[in-house]
Design a protein around this ligand. Sequence first.
Ligand code: HEM
Length: 252
Amino acid sequence: MKVIVETERLLGSGGDCLGSKGEKFVRETVVGLMVAGRDTIAVALSWFFWLVAKNPGVEERILEELDRVVITQMGEFSGEKQGIVSSVEDLNKMVYLHGAISETLRLYPPVPFELKQPLEPDMLPSDHFVGKNTRIFVSIYSIGRMKEVWGEDWMEFKPERWVADRSEGLKNDDGVEFATFITGPRSCSGKKIAYTQMKSIASCLLHRYKIDVVDDHPVVPRLSMMMFMRYGLKVRVSCKTPESSTTGPLYV
Ligand code: HEM
């Protein structure tokens, strides 16, 4: 609602009623945000849980990091111990988890390709001429797998690739080589929200459940606008034993 009132103010209608232009703008913005942020997150998390299940060492490091951030307190209603990640700042401290998500998005970008078209004839930085109406196909999937950019180990799932050695902070992920959210003025405006959502969901689920991929279930991408798993992801989910969790359920 705050967004709508603010949008109205910016559009000059004083916040009292939506003009037809304002209404269209708000409707399209809200629908756009819902569409842009739904399947992308779902697709990214499917690949994330599959990669983490295949790399138990990564899961261990994510849980170790989580243990350093979680605050344990007694649940107000349940009267039982529960873990809390209380703020976005806490989530920001989880750099290894952030790296694991970036690494997933590099190898399996939810939007695997883009089509761009100049309104007027133009010259690319590479000196290639593009005529009006020429369609340029950008393979985000391939950019994330270029040996020249990511090195000999480009095919490996290595969250530490994103973590700076000394400060334990994150390496810059806004460069052109990380094309999953595109760069420039029309890049994804939901990138930060996307990371916050994915980190919240991933930490809650990994903390509480053991997620094993069903043996022999084929995991392959489906070639479409969105990189779904062709046959979905079949997993066995079991509750972690109370002894293995020092905090009980986790709330973010
Ligand atoms: C892993 C999650 C996500 C990925 C990989 C992703 C990727 C992208 C890509 C590649 C574009 C550029 C599309 C184009 O140029 O045609 C884009 C645009 C956009 N995304 Fe995302 N997105 C994600 C999550 C989200 C979320 C959660 C939101 C909002 C809550 C969002 C909102 C938008 C919007 C509004 C645009 C249009 C920006 C513009 O044209 O100025 N995205 N996204």
